[in-house]
Design a protein around this ligand. Sequence first.
Ligand SMILES: Nc1ncnc2c1ncn2[C@@H]1O[C@H](COP(=O)(O)OP(=O)(O)O)[C@@H](O)[C@H]1O
Ligand SMILES: [Mg+2]
Length: 424
Amino acid sequence: MKVLVVGSGGREHALAWKLLQSPRVQEVFCIPGNGGTARLERCRNLALNVSDFEGIGRFALVNNVALIVIGPEVPLAAGITDYLQQQGLMVFGPSQAGAQVEASKAWSKALMKQANIPTAAAAVFTDAAAAIAYVKAQGAPIVVKADGLAAGKGVTVAETESDAIAAIEASFAGQFGEAGYTVVVEEYLSGQEASILAVTDGKTIRPLLPAQDHKRIGDGDTGPNTGGMGAYAPAPIVTPALMARIQQEILEPTIAALRQQEIDYRGVLYAGLMITPAGDPKVIEFNCRFGDPETQAVLPLLDTPLDALMLACVQQRLDEFPPLSWKPGVAACVVIAAKGYPEKYQKGLPLRGIAQAEATGAIVFHAGTKLKQNQLVTDGGRVLNVTAVGEDFKAAIAQAYAAVETIEFEGMYYRRDIGHRAIE
Ligand SMILES: Nc1ncnc2c1ncn2[C@@H]1O[C@H](COP(=O)(O)OP(=O)(O)O)[C@@H](O)[C@H]1O
Ligand SMILES: [Mg+2]
């Protein structure tokens, strides 16, 4: 069968790569893909925009595409699934209504409240004065979140009341456009974060291996937030006992609450959790798609054919699907970024050493790269994601870094402490 993957990041390269390992998948199309998917055997990039739903639908119908996988949140929130389903196509990814779990933090909080899901206490505001009064009443630390999609930049974890007030004022002044004219102010939670990517057909929900990512740009979790500088799986903090609680207290009630609202959710429900010092899981946020870079650490460990799993979700027969099977070992993924990221950075820099990195046994997923006259050049802030699978974290991390060190481009930057918590 032919599969179409929508998106252009490291996550989409990993999805295409994993799908192509299935004997049933003959060909994968990526819209628009990147330099890595362009070079992948039996994979083809299409020069269409992810917001061109009609173009995507037409291509899929003409080419007999059996499954469309949507990578990023933006087209999901804009209703790509609803549109393509109306064309009779099979789509892995929630409807626009389902994508609200990510596209509106206020909506998502209301859903969690209704379903009694453990999460930070919060209040929602549509004007600055009321939000500021609430901050003054609650005190710091406190967290201020733009309601809508803000490309990972809409959240301020404020140490002081004045930082929180500044964040509220900036949001209502238009820093995030429409996305910031509603603000969620919530209780600060301490603890360790974990990412649970779960697949669902809207009735049954099954978690993939738990992962952890590194959001800050600098070693020791310092500096500004990024899209993610590395990840590893399975996250040791999520023990089987904790996973059972997450399933019971978070994943299942969330799917039940979505069903109650007549939302037919088929795709990934990603629960970003805080594991509190007492060991309780609380939801920080939901995402409506695979995590990036968590996917690049989780999928290399998956043994179950991904196409079959996704089709079981789309066709609502996940309850009959065999238990997921995983390769032994663990995975670590190191993100290589362009100099200056997450602020301003250059594009178009030639890349070298990828074949050598692959020769070490590591997997190089491309994120911001493209082929320019058959030469790979950088094309984004996060450029490459290097994943290694090993017997234990020490081995996987060492192998990932050995591969990273063979790669070269001007000003390349990466964190040197990916996975440190898994070793400690
Ligand atoms: N209530 C909270 N307490 C402590 N830290 C938080 C809280 N909410 C968010 N954070 C921190 O901010 C990051 C981003 O918040 P999140 O809600 O995941 O928004 P987004 O991913 O859309 O930017 C989280 O990964 C976490 O590190
Ligand atoms: Mg998040």
